[in-house]
Design a protein around this ligand. Structure first.
Ligand SMILES: N[C@@H](CCC(=O)N[C@@H](CS)C(=O)NCC(=O)O)C(=O)O
Length: 233
């Protein structure tokens, strides 16, 4: 039995990390037997992050892309039937969403004062109440610094939203009439991308980014299909 070391559920999602939900979706699609093990502190993990897959032999595999490669080596064919051109588009889309759109979602979770109280309670609920304020405040300061370095927090609200809207339009255009990004059945791109859209949909406060996703019938329909196919809860 495989064990996925993952952050726990929050905001209608099976984990608060999009990379953990991606790994869950890949495991679900692979048909392998697996179970989640919830952690809140990844510092002792091989890369200091989650998700990490623990194999039946006890090997630890960090990073959702390495987990995907492991499952493929074990026989999963997430992108079966895709042309070389579609595989290239899939790769570029995943990089766009994991490198940019996910940062926009994380920006709204961590840096918006209207969202922060609910995010803090959801993400730090294992920290004793007395310590929750200082611990979460320290981590929030680190996240803010990282988002300035990344650049996502440097833009005005209008500029940031315009850039994120281009990502959403790219996803909608690729989706076309669907049902999934590359046709009739979900592929690795859906496993990586749908959780990020779903996390924008379930942001705990009203943001411009959330309004863009909720205001798109195409994206909302896609998220609903992807939830049912990839991480039924
Ligand atoms: N490239 C990694 C990214 C994983 C990642 O960044 N995980 C974040 C949560 S979304 C993490 O564990 N950060 C450390 C922390 O929260 O302490 C993957 O695809 O798995």
């Amino acid at each position: 039995m495989l064990t996925l070391l993952t952050f726990g559920p929050s905001f209608e999602m099976p984990s608060h990390s999009p990379f953990c939900v991606k790994a869950m979706a890949l495991l679900h699609l692979s048909g392998q037997d697996w179970q989640p093990k919830y952690l809140s502190d990844p510092r002792k993990m091989p890369l200091g992050r989650l998700p990490v897959l623990k194999t039946a032999e006890g090997r630890l595999i960090p990073d959702s892309a390495h987990i995907q490669a492991y499952l493929e080596a074990e026989g999963a064919a997430f992108d079966a039937g895709l042309s070389a051109q579609d595989k290239a588009r899939s790769h570029a889309l995943i990089r766009m969403v994991e490198g940019h759109l996910a940062a926009g979602m994380a920006h709204d979770r961590w840096l918006r004062d209207e969202c922060w109280p609910e995010v803090r309670e959801a993400f730090f609920n294992r920290v004793p109440r007395m310590m929750r304020g200082p611990v979460s405040g320290m981590i929030r300061r680190k996240v803010r610094a990282a988002m300035m370095i990344n650049g996502i927090a440097q833009f005005s609200e209008e500029e940031r939203l315009a850039r994120l809207a281009q990502d959403l339009e790219t996803i909608s255009t690729t989706l076309g009439t669907g049902p999934f990004l590359f046709g009739e059945r979900p592929t690795a791109a859906d496993a990586a991308i749908a959780p990020v859209l779903d996390m924008i949909r379930t942001l705990p406060c009203d943001t411009g980014l959330r309004r863009l996703v909720r205001g798109s019938p195409a994206l909302m329909g896609y998220i609903k299909r992807a939830r049912a196919a990839l991480y039924p809860m």
